[in-house]
Ligand binder design. Structure first.
Ligand code: GLV
Length: 313
């Protein structure tokens, strides 16, 4: 099999994949189109339309990340070619740590103390017990499920929501539109781990934000387009005098446009913490094992778990 690799660091991926797949010929996407020959498989993160349209013989694509939104929205994605994405591959535990930090940030009042420090103001706040701090996780895929389990193991009551019904130990699982609003009304921190699909875009809007209890907080390590940004800003209250609105604060790692543009009002908002899409960098070793196993299985005609382009994940 001949595999073309396209990533932020083609050479590292090519070397490591060649070691795992000695039977394959692995080429970086920097090889000029005229010298590539017939390519059977593409292992790529956000390939350009130009690259995709130059690969007419593809039998399969491995997405070098968990989210397939960019790939599925690529106008040159060939129809009928199976796409396999990374599932967890070590990202879930990193994202679970990010969410742990975020939940504690609000539950232990670090947001308030940061504000107080600016004003040299010394005032401890009473701790709300973890058992009274319910956390909601929207999206119970490979990552959302592990994050929900990690937060539950830390002692927080956890509610999870997915499109179709799911059952998980120690998680109150909800599904469908009604289930979403049932979850929202009960959680003090809401975590977004849904894929970006036509069905989830703008799921956090004026209606859903208003369904959260007064003073709830939001953590988004998922995808930027899940949030209607003007609705979020309105719910957070005034950026000028810091007056709290319905929502207490937001910790955001993903944005519709990345890097977040310099003129975005999110940067300066006192109730928003911003991180540069760092919650779940793909650990190379585990991802490479998964990519190698997938390519080997596809080349042998063995079954692989493929992305459903209609559902978008
Ligand atoms: C990163 O955002 C990924 O989808 O892997």
């Amino acid at each position: 099999m001949r595999v073309l690799v396209h990533s932020n660091d083609d050479n590292a991926w090519c070397d490591a994949l060649s070691q795992r797949l000695p039977e394959a010929e692995i080429l970086p996407s920097s090889v000029p189109a005229t010298q590539r020959g017939k390519i059977d498989y593409l292992a790529a993160w956000q390939p350009s339309a130009e690259l995709l349209s130059a690969l007419p013989d593809l039998k399969g694509i491995v997405n070098l990340g968990a989210g397939v939104d960019a790939l599925l929205n690529n106008p040159a994605l060939p129809g009928g070619v199976p796409v396999v994405k990374l599932r967890d591959a070590g990202m879930a535990r990193l994202i679970a740590d990010y969410v742990r930090y975020g939940v504690l940030h609000f539950q232990r009042d670090f947001d308030r103390y940061a504000c107080q420090q600016q004003n040299r103001h010394w005032q401890p706040h009473e701790v709300v017990d973890k058992t009274d701090w319910a956390v909601g996780v929207l999206g119970l895929g490979a990552i959302g499920r592990k994050v929900a389990e990690a937060i539950a193991a830390d002692g927080f009551p956890v509610h999870g929501w997915s499109r179709s019904p799911k059952q998980l130990d120690n998680i109150a699982c909800h599904h469908g539109e009604d289930g979403l609003f049932t979850l929202l009304s009960q959680v003090r921190t809401l975590v977004l781990l849904l894929p970006d699909t036509p069905a989830t875009r703008g799921i956090i809007n004026a209606n859903t934000l208003a369904a959260l209890p007064q003073g709830a907080s939001l953590i988004n390590p998922g995808r930027g387009p899940l949030i209607d940004e003007p609705a979020l800003l309105a719910a957070l209250g005034s950026a000028k005098n810091g007056t709290q609105g319905h929502l207490r604060g937001a910790l955001l790692d993903a944005f519709p446009v990345e890097p977040l543009p310099e003129d975005s009002p999110l940067w300066q908002h006192p109730r928003i913490r911003i991180t540069p899409h760092m919650s779940g960098p793909t650990p190379l070793g585990e991802a490479l094992d998964q990519v190698a196993d997938t390519l080997r299985a596809m080349s042998r005609g063995e079954p692989v778990e493929t992305v459903d382009p209609e559902a978008g994940y």
